[in-house]
Design a protein around this ligand. Sequence first.
Ligand SMILES: [Zn+2]
Ligand SMILES: [Zn+2]
Length: 321
Amino acid sequence: MSTRRAFLKTSAIAATSATFLPRVSWALEQAAPPATPAPPNIYQQLMAAGPNTPVKSTKLTDTVYLLQGVGGNMVVQRGPDGLLLIDSSVATAADMVKAALAKFSSKPLKLLINTHWHFDHTSGNAAMHDAGAFIVAQQNTRVRLSAPQHIRVTNLDFPASPTSALPQQTFGDREQLFYNNDELDLVHTPDAHTDSDIFIHFVNANVVHTGDLWFNAMYPVIDDSTGGTINGMIRGVDQVLSIADDRTKIVPGHGDLGDKAALQRYRDMLATVANRVEKLKIGGQSLQQVVSAKPTSDLDATWAKGMIQPDVFVTLVYNTL
Ligand SMILES: [Zn+2]
Ligand SMILES: [Zn+2]
C-alpha cells in the first residue's frame, strides 16, 4: 500500500515536470509486484471470511445464547428490553451477525458491550450502532479505538475508528446493568490481555463471557503493546474463577464453550509457564536463551493448538514479567 502510494505520488509529480523522469523509472522498478505475494495476515483473513461465514448459535439458557462466526465469540441476550449483544465480530461479518440476531427477536438490538478494543471484537461496532445499538465498554476501549494502534505480536496497524464505532458509555473498574430481568456485572481486569479487558457476568443466568482473558485450550495472545501482561491475565482469570461455580457456563474469547474446570486447567498452565520463565529470567537468562530452553515442551502437545505457538508465548510471558 505505502509503496503504491509513494509511486502514485511520484507519478503525479513526474506528470508536471520532465526533470523527475529518471526517478519515475526507478520508482516503477521498485513498485514491480513481488514474485510471490505475501500471504494474507490474520486481519485480512478474517475480513475476507466475514461475509461468507454463517454465525452458529448455541443455547446457554432460555434467554442467553453463544454466537460463533468470524472473530471473537459473541453472546446475545433476549428479553422484554430488547436484544443485548456482547462483541461485534469483524466489520465484514455485520450482515451475518444481524441475520443471526433477527432469528432471536423481532425487537431491535439495543445494547452492545465490548469485552476489549481488539478488531475481532469491535470492528462490527459501527454497523451495530447504525442499526440502533448503544455501546458500552471499559474506558480504555474507547481510548484505544479513538487513536491509531499497533499490535506487536501480530504486527498489525489500525487507524482510529469512526465516531459511530466508539463506546458511548464507559466506566473504570466495574459497571452494573439490569437488563432483561438479569443483573449484568461488568468487571475490568487490569493489564491482562490488553489494558481494556472486562468480563461480563450474567448473575441470574449463571453465564460469564470472559473476553480474551481466556483462549479455551490454547496458548493465549497477550497484547503486550497495548498493556497486556501474563500476571494480569492470571489475576483476571482468578477473578472469573472466584465468581463461577460448577454449573456456570463460561464463554471464552476464542474456542469452545467451557466451564470452571476447563478455566482452572488454563489458569494452572498460565501459572506454570509464568513460574518457569520467571525463574530463568531472574537467573539472568536472556530472552533468546529462555526460548531456546523450550520451557513449555511438556505442555505444547496440549496447548499449542491456536494461533500462538510456544516460542511466541514464551516471548510474551518473558517480556511482560
Ligand atoms: Zn480476540
Ligand atoms: Zn483480543
